[in-house]
Design a protein around this ligand. Sequence first.
Ligand code: CP
Length: 302
Amino acid sequence: MKQLVSMEDLTNEEIYSLIETAIEYKKGNKPNKFTDNYVSNLFFENSTRTKCSFEMAERQLGLQEIPFETSTSSVKKGESLYDTCKTLESIGVDALVIRHPQNDYYKELEGLNIPVINGGDGSGQHPTQSLLDIMTIYEEYKDFKDLNVLICGDIKNSRVARSNYQALTALGANVKFAAPGEWVDESLDAPYVKIDDVIEETDIVMLLRVQHERHDGELSFDPHEYHEKYGLTKDRYNRMKSEAIVMHPAPVNRGVEIDSDLVEAPKARIFKQMKNGMFLRMSVITHILAEKEEGVIFDVAN
Ligand code: CP
């Protein structure tokens, strides 16, 4: 794998390989260290989980991070994304993690000779979130075939919905959506259903954050009404199968997408998703650098 910008670029075999490496790291198998390699994390949109778990993963792999903050960089003088990335490539950085509000920003970077790991582009793709979600599901079910997945909420503006719909469908799951009419995404070919019609037969309830920052203030939004129609209420939680799970990429709007008391309830895997994210990001970085540097995945000395 040369880089990771979209789930559409991964075969099912590559998805399984990335997850299996992450699970080995989680079990305690030692990663190969890349102590002579440099990485920069370029976050043009806010982040807690993605940024911090990439930073943790990079430290676990012995990578040296070249700090980059948009607010103190020459981005503020109008430097283009391409020129910023070309500069980091020129000074010897080996890989870039980028989050950017523009869909498909990575297409502008195709001429560069530095791997890009997409930490989220607008409403386009969020491949490492999708992979950590798939890892979390794999740990529960070991297979994706015929799993019933319900993705609820702001489908149209969600890179998580798009990435997971594509990958989970390719892996054999049945993906359905529940969303208010204004957040329906016609470009994704999944059926739209009412949560209450399918909650009892669903294996995975995946809630999405309401993406207020992408709504341009055009919507009048009533959080209580949204919660009652599209959120995970206690009643819906109790109607789920006993072995079914609840996922959310977070940050969570408590009391909107999910009743606050359910965020750490027994069926919830929200903080497990975050824990898995660090191991999954170690796996992605390792697979890319191992190919670039002709290195290995595990520490063969231990
Ligand atoms: N899930 C996710 O991408 O969270 P952050 O925006 O905090 O990185």
